[in-house]
Design a binder for this molecule. Structure first.
Ligand SMILES: [Zn+2]
Length: 345
């Protein structure tokens, strides 16, 4: 799923294409793409407004509209946004279209249909985006933006010291930090040399500092690299390149770039987690609880009869997994290229 760097890249690519454009209509091809599930009200609500700005909050693109309103776009698994000439044929995966006065269209393409688009008003007093009914703030439960200049180490310390639980699920909790997901949580933990199952309460001040810096560094580098083009993620100006610079994510069995030991994969809360068990060790205090999680995971792999092979260089890998991942990676690259070609951006 696209995380902070990928969504930031989409917003930046859209900005020069959309700011100043006027919306003259909307077509909804898949009603559940709309949070309101009301295509008529949505079209009425956007028509006649112009785009003032394009930004991001957490994992959502925010399109600021004239007249104190905004669109939020959550790309979820496979969402893509393209601005194209209106006469370009529309492929069957386009779920929603905004028609622009200058003969172009903003198209939301989403193969798996998990993406969500909302139209919100802005509270005249607080300036926050609010639901039209009930007035609840849209981003009320979302944590701070980790790349904000104002987000200092002491803020991170204050937040993490209030939290219990283990680091991997904590980092991906949007209420703790906005925009961090599976890829960059794994990468930040590797950089900070912290085990994903370590508890937040066991961190010492230097650990907190390393984690804070690792989160910010990996996100900033990924924004610079236009994100990681894994699966269907692409942006109007093309793919990202961060996937080539990831240290642990989807590198199961490959040697750790720091110590050479094979990268391990475990499942925590139904999410894949990648780490180096040699340079991301568990403290004695955390080992006890984590052992049960790790043992159940290993037992599961054994029951499924997975065979691990020892390579000549000492790496352990599973040839089926490696081959499948390579096929998936190639298929995704082909799909993204086809999407961009058909979108003509
Ligand atoms: Zn290592």
């Amino acid at each position: 799923m696209p995380e902070l760097p990928e969504v930031e890249t989409v917003a930046r690519d859209l900005r020069p294409r959309l700011v100043g454009a006027t919306i003259v209509g909307a077509r909804t091809n898949w009603v559940r793409t709309l949070r309101s599930q009301d295509p008529v009200a949505f079209a009425d609500g956007v028509t006649g407004r112009s785009v003032d700005a394009v930004g991001r909050r957490g994992k959502q693109v925010v399109v600021e509209l004239s007249g104190e309103a905004a669109l939020t776009v959550h790309l979820k698994m496979t969402g893509q946004l393209f601005v194209v000439p209106a006469d370009l044929p529309e492929d069957p995966y386009v779920r929603l279209v905004l028609e622009l006065a200058d003969g172009r269209e903003l198209r939301f393409r989403d193969i798996r249909k998990f993406g969500k688009i909302g139209l919100y008003g802005r509270d005249p007093v607080t300036g926050e985006l609010v639901e039209e009914i009930g007035g609840r703030s849209v981003f009320a439960g979302v944590g701070p933006e980790p790349l904000d200049d104002a987000f200092a180490l002491r803020d991170f310390r204050r937040r993490i010291r209030r939290r219990k639980g283990r680091l991997k699920p904590l980092l991906t909790d949007q209420a703790f930090l906005a925009g961090v997901g599976n890829i960059y949580a794994d990468e930040a933990l590797w950089r900070a040399r912290l085990h994903p199952l370590r508890t937040a309460s066991s961190l010492r001040p230097p650990d907190e500092r390393r984690l804070y810096e690792a989160v910010r560094q990996v996100l900033a580098q990924a924004v610079e690299a236009r994100g990681s083009s894994i699966d269907d993620y692409t942006a109007p100006d093309g793919d990202g390149s961060m996937q080539e610079r990831l240290d642990v994510y989807q590198r199961t069995g490959e040697p750790c770039r720091r110590c050479g030991h094979p990268i391990k994969r475990i499942v925590i809360g139904a999410r894949s987690t990648h780490f180096c068990s040699f340079c991301q060790r568990l403290s004695a205090a955390d080992r006890k609880g984590a052992v049960a999680i790790l043992r159940s995971m290993t037992g599961g792999a054994r029951r499924r009869g997975r065979r691990w092979t020892q390579l000549d260089d000492g790496r352990q890998t599973d040839p089926d997994t490696t081959a499948r991942m390579e096929r998936t990676r190639r298929a995704a690259a082909t799909r993204r290229a086809a999407a961009r070609a058909s979108a003509g951006s």
